[in-house]
Design a protein around this ligand. Structure first.
Ligand SMILES: [Zn+2]
Length: 60
């Protein structure tokens, strides 16, 4: 596990199918798709980080 440089939250890094690294929140979420299927997964930390401008500005 590693910590977000922006907010210090614990995140887990995965690789997307396109080979990019992406940080995910540790907490598993249950969501329902538009087709009504219930699936579980994780939220991108890019979406929830309170200091996400650290990512967007391209700092490191
Ligand atoms: Zn963060």
């Amino acid at each position: 596990m590693s910590k977000c440089k922006g907010c210090g939250a614990e995140v887990q890094w995965i690789k997307t199918p396109s080979g990019k690294a992406m940080p995910l929140d540790m907490q598993r979420q249950t969501i329902v798709t538009l087709e009504g299927q219930v699936v579980s997964g994780f939220t991108s930390h890019f979406a929830t980080c309170p200091n996400d401008n650290n990512f967007r500005k391209g700092a490191n």
